[in-house]
Structure formats: C-alpha cells, structure tokens
Design a protein around this ligand. Sequence first.
Ligand SMILES: [Zn+2]
Length: 127
Amino acid sequence: MKAQEIRTLFSQMCDFIRQEHGIDLPISLAIDYNGSYPKPRDFAKTNSRCIFLSPKILKAPRHRVEGLLRHELGHVLLMRQGDYDHSEQTADNIAELCFGEKILYDQDGVQSTKVGVYPRPLHLPQH
Ligand SMILES: [Zn+2]
C-alpha cells in the first residue's frame, strides 16, 4: 500500500473506534525511515502515542497492513488503560474485540486479516 493509502486506512480505523466504541485515541502514525526493525517480520511498533511503521510496509498488501495496525491498536488500547505488561495474544484479543475479526499470522509470522493461522504461533515472541 502507498503511504497515503495507509494513512487513510489508519484514519478510518480511528474513526471506527470512536464511533463504535466511544474511544478517542490520541495516536499518530509515522512511516519510520530512521527506526530499527531488526527482524524480517518487524513491521510495526508503538509507544502508545504513535504507531511506527517500517518503510517496508509500503510493499505490503492491504490485509497485512490491516492486521498489523489492528494489532498495534490493541496494544495502544491496553496501554491507555495503564496495562504496559500484556502479552502479544492479549493485544490480538483486544483487536478482535474492537474490530470483530480474529488477527491471523501468515507464513512469515506477520499479522493479517485474511491469510494465516490463529492464534499467534507459539514460536513467535509472546511478550
Ligand atoms: Zn505486538
């Protein structure tokens, strides 16, 4: 997806959370050209105020971008409640509650809304 398409998708997700759940998330999105993403499956991270995306996300299909952003928003929603010590699966559970679809993991161990397995495979980091 192109950067502008990702920004539009993210803005629609934030609108959905506001309209469906009454939560206004003060969160920004950065295509993080200077950030560190050591592993091939590292595409996104968050500090609760900003979601940072590796530039390689610009080559990802929509279902991967959606899965990644929903997962990160799961982290953000938990951190907003003061929970900074939750598991990766808990972030997926919150994303599922929020958006009504399970987070899947594709053959590269990356989140997706369309292809892959559920729940998060045990060989991936769990925290
Ligand atoms: Zn995560």
